[in-house]
Design a protein around this ligand. Structure first.
Ligand code: SAM
Length: 265
């Protein structure tokens, strides 16, 4: 399988770029690649390029950039706002939300949130790996944690907030999003908000449900774990209001030494 790497550098046909030790270790020791082997590169803004290993050092690797393989394209403008969770659950949530096309991940401290510490570097590394694997051309923005009060204080009112409400009035999510889809006044800026393991406080649900830009939704008769709920809502959003109906784009250029090389892993 062809390694696919995110590099935060300009990518242009005919240039040679240097990747860092993470890439060198991955190519040399994980994928056991050598000089001349094909690689696929993306940087989140110039599209995706075919390339090959020009030099492979211990600390870095030189990559010769060849052809544009896929033109740059983004994901729907949907933020996933979630209460910080235990390490395994938040790592899982970030990886899957990246695969599901979240544009930004916003940790939100609510009344029952059990942990307010968020390791942004680790979450960013998880998002890069997930974006490489899922063949995304962008990375989700991973934002510092804010309190629910601060989130709402600075909320851009044209952005519709889909509130996963485990209690109180709520419309089944498919009905709610289908209704929003048919509403012409809605802008294309969205967000999903999900509570912590201990759920939203009643006062939080009451406050949120009365805001004009909020749509409370139900996710069915069972109480889902916070990571399950957030990903369920994001998946349903993409199917109804996002890019769930699209197919992976066909590449513009073959990769590897022969045109029949396999797709990147
Ligand atoms: N209060 C319960 C508890 O103590 O375990 C459940 C909280 S639930 C694990 C965490 C979050 O997932 C909720 O705050 C809500 O945002 C979302 N959620 C879970 N089940 C849901 C449902 N059936 N409908 C809407 N949202 C749900």
């Amino acid at each position: 399988m062809i390694p696919r790497l995110y590099l935060p550098v300009d990518l242009e046909t005919g240039t040679v770029v240097t990747a860092d030790s993470r890439a060198a270790h991955y190519l040399r020791h994980v994928m056991r690649r050598a000089i001349g082997d094909p690689v696929v590169l993306f940087n989140g803004r110039d599209g995706e390029f075919t390339a090959e290993i020009a030099d492979l050092g211990k600390r870095d690797v030189a990559l010769a950039v060849h052809a544009l393989r896929r033109r740059q394209c983004g994901v729907p403008d949907v933020w996933l706002c979630f209460a910080p969770l235990k390490k395994e659950a938040v790592d899982f949530l970030v990886e899957k939300a990246t695969e599901l096309g979240a544009a930004a991940l916003q940790p939100v401290i609510t009344q029952h949130t059990t942990t307010s510490r968020v390791n942004l570097e680790r979450l960013r590394a998880n998002a890069i790996e997930a974006a490489e694997q899922t063949e995304r051309l962008t990375l989700p923005e991973i934002r510092p944690a804010v309190t629910l009060a601060d989130l709402l204080r600075n909320w851009p009112v044209q952005r519709r907030l889909i509130l996963c409400a485990e209690a109180g009035p709520a419309t089944p999510i498919v009905d709610a999003l289908s209704e929003l889809k048919s509403s012409v006044t809605i802008s294309n800026a969205w967000a999903i908000l999900c509570g912590p393991e201990g759920g939203f406080a009643r006062s939080e649900l009451d406050l949120l449900s009365n805001l004009p830009f909020v749509t409370p939704v139900g996710l069915g008769p069972r109480i889902l774990r916070a990571d399950t709920a957030a990903l369920t809502a994001l998946a349903v959003f993409q199917s109804i209001l996002g890019d769930g109906a699209q197919r992976p784009p066909a590449p513009l250029a073959p990769i590897g030494r022969t045109a029949d090389a396999q797709a990147p892993d």
